[in-house]
Design a protein around this ligand. Sequence first.
Ligand SMILES: Cc1ncc(COP(=O)(O)O)c(C=O)c1O
Length: 459
Amino acid sequence: MSEGKNLSVEEKKELLKKLMKEKASKPTIHAKPAIENQVQGDLSVFARVEEFPEVQTLAAQFDTLQMLQVENPYFRVNEGIVNDKTRIDGRELISFSSYNYIGLSGDSRVSQAAKDAIDRYGTSVSASRIATGERPIHRELEKEIAEMLGVEDAIVLVSGHATNVTVIGHLMRPGKDLIVYDSLSHNSIIEGCVLSGARRIAFPHENWEELDKILTEVRGDYERVLIAIEGVYSMDGDIANLPRFIEIKKKHHALLMVDEAHSMGVIGPRGLGIRDYFGAEGTDVDLWMATFSKSFASCGGYIAGSRKLIDYLKYNTPGFVYSVGISPANAGAALAAARIMRSEPQRALKTQSNARYFLDKAKERGLNTGPSKDSAVIPVITGNSAHALILADALFKDGINVQPILYPAVPDNEARLRFFITSDHTEAEIDETVEKCANQLSRIRRDMADVAFPKSMLG
Ligand SMILES: Cc1ncc(COP(=O)(O)O)c(C=O)c1O
């Protein structure tokens, strides 16, 4: 007999919660791909994109926006530099939607450095660096990054996402290697894992004890093992327990990769990321990764580590060898931002104090901010996707731009607004935002308690 039979609605809800909790605390072990079946029937449907189920799902999502009478919150056009404020449709709003964490996108020194690099080297290096794309500014930037992290060298690539995909995808091998990654890892890490063809296991978020157990059990079955984590997790704003992961990596002879997209430039007493936050050694981590699109006010990504690793990647990684070098403007901006980051730690400290202020105020108003602590990412969890969407829409109309994160990006009951705090925000802007957010959310919960995404959309 099934466990759920003859239970009251409340008991069923409790049982469901318990089962979901149990599931979340277990590792996800991906099955080996099944052998494809012979395709039957009318093949022409596979040549009509509009009939692909995923394309039809997108159309249903647009219908949901209409049903809930909210504007589409995506692809809004920001008409200028986005810092604590933005301009959309001619209206000025307080913005919590950019990763301009320490206000360097729009900083005149960073903009000037990008312009100087264009004047000197042009707008494109037009080739892979291994061919004819190398410029002095590339090496200057890589040396700066390596110094910031206390490691021997670094390699810079054209995109943060592509950095993870190509590096993980290239270093790890099918049939021999294992990647164990945090279950809340960014898509770029997961895509890299998939590309590599190595065995993949997602350990429950931030659960290093479970990671230790997994490796105790299976480590011996593989040659190379990569542990992939993030400095700050971009959905929840919590910080990885780096010292524990370093211990585990050493114990199990694994490589450790840390994606610092949301931590570099923001956390730590000098704002130099998770290494700075915990006082770790640069050499404790094998692959330091980050993107230039956030605190570095540019575009691109890096891996920093030992000289041998970097040399190997420079001569072999497909996303570097077969792709153009980072543009002069982007390299110039990232280099200027890196130097400012090191010489003006007060920027990161301001972001940190603004985030603390936001968090304290939000908690005072009873908002659910999840596990966010000491980072610039603060979620406000609404408990259902429709409420998150309606709340973001109400705040937008009320002068605050913040993005909703909805099912399927997160489970429906963890739908949220995600606030990215910057050094430019003022206490008055934070006060106004928390006040409006708390008031609107109570109103929505009171007046729209039954409003939810249609069941058909919730998988
Ligand atoms: C954790 C993490 N890694 C990698 C990336 C990809 O960086 P980019 O957007 O600069 O390509 C992001 C982007 O948001 C991210 O959050």
